[in-house]
Write a protein that binds this ligand. Structure first.
Ligand code: ADP
Length: 358
């Protein structure tokens, strides 16, 4: 590596982020570890012409150049890296490059934009139905039977709207929230009992038996309302997507560091090609069936976010027309302070790139 002045050396030592000093042939004189991490340097030179050009242009202009640059992400060159490059000309035909990786920030912004577009789209259907039903009601004032019919349908659509709004609120809460800010030692038995009691009425109405078994006395550390919501969603789906007089089994398995909660149904199952997609927001295998059961397509997305925020995950096994098993996996809590134990600390256990905002 070439030499630079002691003054520049001391400036570089206090600069954070990704920093590269290069000469006019794009050979790298100094680079921070972040530059290697992003693989912006190859064989001692700047790996991307677009970045080298920023340096060259700032030399020619004799003043800083700021540019947004998007390059294929090395080494596979499949995804993209969104970078903000600030190039500053230095003495001796050297250039200082300060590079910000905006990929994650842009991805999150895109996910938010999509989410807002999706929510608006999903709201349109029930709102449109409410408005049509109001018109029908007005036209049917002389026919009490028709009035009752439309009023009932209005109630259904209003219920759907309120479910959608509450799911959207739940999802945005679990996406933005750190569950450890209100986390407690929770009994898995109590969580299961709470979730089961929530779906008992719906199960009874369909003659579905809910059987709870497996290990007892396990504990997890987390946000009670979030974990209850996750379990409830999985159980409610097991009931909603099962025929009458079937069985839903809940089984807790306590491993050394993980607690598995299996929810197994004998329902309609999920075709193999759809299995990857059911955790996406608003994704439904069968839109008509989901609407008929009052589904919003957000339930499993909430479940996955909650599990991952708690350092766990959710898995599914399913065969169409036979049934499905959803497994909620959570780190087991054994009384230690979770901050002392990386396996139990959600923020540590889940690499940030796995915290999908789906
Ligand atoms: P929804 O509100 O539509 O139930 P979810 O996000 O909870 O949305 O589930 C997404 C989709 O996955 C559902 O629409 C349904 O097609 C499918 N699904 C979820 N759970 C089950 C299950 N236990 N059996 C069969 N299909 C299921």
């Amino acid at each position: 590596m070439g030499s630079i002045s002691p003054e520049l050396e001391s400036v570089l030592s206090v600069l954070g982020g990704v920093v590269i000093v290069c000469d006019k042939t794009a050979s790298v004189i100094r680079a921070s570890p972040g530059a290697a991490h992003l693989r912006l340097i190859r064989r001692g030179r700047i790996a991307f012409d677009e970045i080298a050009e920023c340096a060259a242009d700032s030399q020619v202009a004799g003043k800083p150049v700021i540019r947004a640059v998007t390059v294929r992400r090395p080494p596979l060159r499949k995804g993209w890296l969104d970078l903000r490059v600030r190039a500053v000309p230095l003495e001796g035909a050297l250039s200082l490059l300060l590079i910000d990786d905006l990929t994650e920030e842009n991805r999150v912004a895109a996910v938010r934009r999509d989410f807002i577009a999706n929510v608006s789209h999903e709201l349109k259907t029930p709102v449109g139905a409410v408005s049509l039903l109001a018109e029908a009601l007005e036209a049917a004032t002389d026919d009490p039977e028709a009035v009752r019919h439309f009023a009932k349908q209005l109630q259904t659509e209003a219920g759907r709207l309120s479910q959608l709004i509450s799911d959207v609120l739940d999802l945005s809460r679990v996406q933005g929230d750190d569950p450890m800010s209100h986390a407690y030692d929770l009994s898995v038995d109590a969580l299961v009992a709470g979730a089961v009691s929530y779906v008992t009425a719906a199960a009874d109405a369909k003659g579905i038996a809910i059987v709870v078994g497996g290990d007892h006395d396990a504990h997890v550390f987390g946000d009670e309302s979030q974990l209850l919501a996750a379990l409830r969603n999985v159980l409610a789906n097991a009931v909603a997507y099962s025929d009458t007089s079937t069985r839903v089994a809940v089984a807790v398995r306590v491993g050394e560091s993980i607690v598995d909660i299996d929810v197994k149904d004998q329902g309609i199952g999920i075709p193999e090609p759809e299995l990857d997609r059911i955790f996406e927001r608003f994704y439904r295998v069968d839109m008509a069936r989901s609407r008929a059961t009052g589904g919003t397509g957000l339930g499993l997305s909430i479940v996955r976010n909650v599990c991952r925020n708690h350092g766990g995950d959710v898995k599914v096994w399913s065969v169409a027309n036979e049934g499905s098993t959803f497994t909620i996996q959570l780190p087991r809590y054994n009384g230690q302070d979770p901050a002392d134990d990386h396996d139990l600390a959600p923020a540590m256990a889940v690499p940030s790139d796995q915290k999908e905002l789906t």
